[in-house]
Design a protein around this ligand. Structure first.
Ligand code: HEM
Length: 137
């Protein structure tokens, strides 16, 4: 679930960037009209909302990785790295807005997004592999 929502978020982020909509909502964390969106910055607002949902999903997954009895060390490591990268990415998103889409920061935002995707994918693969081993034994 986290992986699908994260992929959608990266897709929306790519659209925000390519369509030049990055500064349509210039404030942080809320847009000028408050919690609800406005047609001028709907896409940027959706990117932030989905980022918040993604953050909650990934951090919940990390907690589950730690509290599940048969979880392996590798799952705990990739799960924890996912939580660290998602927190960094959300903080960086705010800085990207604050510094008016500074090119290097936007590139780092994309770079961390890719590493984050890799970590969540790896966690998913490791969990599926563990389930397969448990079913066949
Ligand atoms: C898990 C959280 C997030 C992920 C995975 C993510 C991912 C992405 C990706 C992949 C892009 C496209 C980058 C590009 O094509 O160069 C993007 C763009 C963008 N993101 Fe995020 N993002 C996240 C959170 C946030 C947050 C919280 C904000 C803050 C408001 C934010 C603000 C932006 C902006 C303004 C752009 C467009 C930059 C531009 O116009 O070039 N992002 N995001």
């Amino acid at each position: 679930m986290s992986l699908i929502v994260l992929y959608s978020l990266m897709f929306i982020g790519g659209y925000v960037s390519a369509a030049g909509l990055g500064l349509t909502c210039p404030d942080w964390p809320l847009c000028p009209s408050g919690i609800l969106p406005n047609s001028e910055y709907l896409i940027e607002w959706v990117h932030r909302l989905v980022a918040a949902i993604t953050g909650a999903l990934i951090i919940s997954t990390t907690v589950i990785c730690w509290i599940t009895k048969n979880s392996t060390r590798k799952i705990k490591i990739t799960g924890t790295l996912s939580a660290i990268f998602v927190s960094t990415q959300i903080t960086l998103g705010a800085i990207v807005i604050d510094l008016k889409l500074q090119a290097l920061l936007v590139a780092i935002h994309l770079g961390i997004g890719i590493i984050l995707f890799a970590m969540v994918l790896l966690t998913t693969i490791l969990v599926f592999r563990l389930n397969d081993i448990e079913i066949s034994s």
